[in-house]
Design a protein. Structure first.
Length: 175
């Protein structure tokens, strides 16, 4: 095997358990601007951040219950779909609580669009929030069945995986 072939092999870290760097049912994952890997460790009620090499950098825990999704903005703020508590929680890079986004049914995934708005896949809808003020914005117009994950398209819209209808839906930029 050549060194370039070895470099192409996937890296892995973690293992089963509740200790630092271990997981019980990891669910959501995000990579921040510094290359840190953030993991929603659903079964351990926490989010853990690692370097690319798997060194533990930060743990967000204490108020979370069964988090399923995580996103990180350019400033390093971490948004967690706190599924068991029916909300999304925003933390600063240092791990301090910033705010919560509530009135959700079952938030499972989170993404930030090109305009910095928070999008939440929430059982049958995509909820939107202003990250600067925390205010709820109108939901996306198209009804969707059980959205599961989403990603910014880099141009003001968002892609949503909709397993209930076996499709991927794109929502364009909207005010």
């Amino acid at each position: 095997m050549t060194s370039s072939e070895a470099a192409a092999l996937p890296q892995a870290f973690g293992g089963p358990g509740a200790g630092p760097g271990q997981f019980r049912a990891p669910s959501g994952i995000a990579v921040d601007a510094r290359g840190r890997v953030w993991v929603a460790d659903t079964g351990n009620d926490r989010v853990q951040a690692f370097t690319r090499d798997g060194a533990l950098v930060r743990v967000l825990a204490g108020r979370l219950r069964a988090p399923e999704g995580v996103a990180v903005d350019a400033a390093g703020n971490v948004y967690v779909a706190d599924t068991g508590n029916r909300r999304v929680v925003q933390f600063s890079w240092q791990g301090g609580f910033v705010r919560e986004f509530g009135d959700l049914t079952r938030p499972r995934g989170v993404a930030l669009d090109h305009e910095g708005r928070l999008l939440v896949d929430d059982t049958g809808r995509v909820a939107r929030f202003d990250t600067r003020t925390g205010a709820a914005l109108p939901d996306t117009a198209e009804p969707i069945s059980s959205p599961r994950d989403m990603a910014d398209d880099g141009a003001g819209g968002v892609w949503v995986a909709e397993p209930g209808n076996h499709r991927i839906v794109h929502f364009g930029a909207s005010g």
